[in-house]
Write a new protein. Structure first.
Length: 136
């Protein structure tokens, strides 16, 4: 269980994360909490980092879908491309407003700290553990 969450919060949070994955039509992958909450080094105000880890092909497909919403030559697209290329990451922001709103309803409501949700390319720069798997 991630540092700072009660068993009840964790159960609700896990169900919400799986529901978010389904509602957003995200592909199967390793869904878990990582970062300071998984390492046990979180401060009371530390966020909760949730990651869906996917293979290269799946990450590429999701990145293309996300980039289709960002017009060529815009600052938005350049920022997204930097996260995708340098970090192997798609953030909640990259996944769109509807995704962010759904994340807030399904995850943020169960905890008193910010939630960060990312899709990570397995083996990419941001794919580092430890990970606490979310219950199926």
């Amino acid at each position: 269980m991630p540092q700072g969450l009660t068993d009840r919060q964790w159960q609700r949070f896990s169900r919400g994360a799986r529901q978010l994955q389904r509602d957003a039509r995200l592909p199967p992958g390793d869904l878990g909490v990582h970062g300071s909450r998984a390492r046990g080094t979180a401060r009371s105000d530390s966020d909760i980092d949730v990651a869906l880890r996917v293979d290269d092909r799946t990450f590429h497909d999701l990145a293309q879908r996300a980039l289709a919403r960002a017009p060529e030559g815009t600052r938005l697209r350049r920022t997204m491309l930097r996260r995708i290329r340098n970090n192997g990451q798609l953030s909640s922001f990259d996944l769109g407003t509807e995704f962010t709103n759904r994340r807030q309803a399904l995850l943020d409501s169960h905890v008193s700290v910010p939630v960060q949700f990312s899709v990570l390319r397995r083996g990419g720069p941001f794919d580092n553990g430890p990970y606490i798997p979310l219950d199926s």
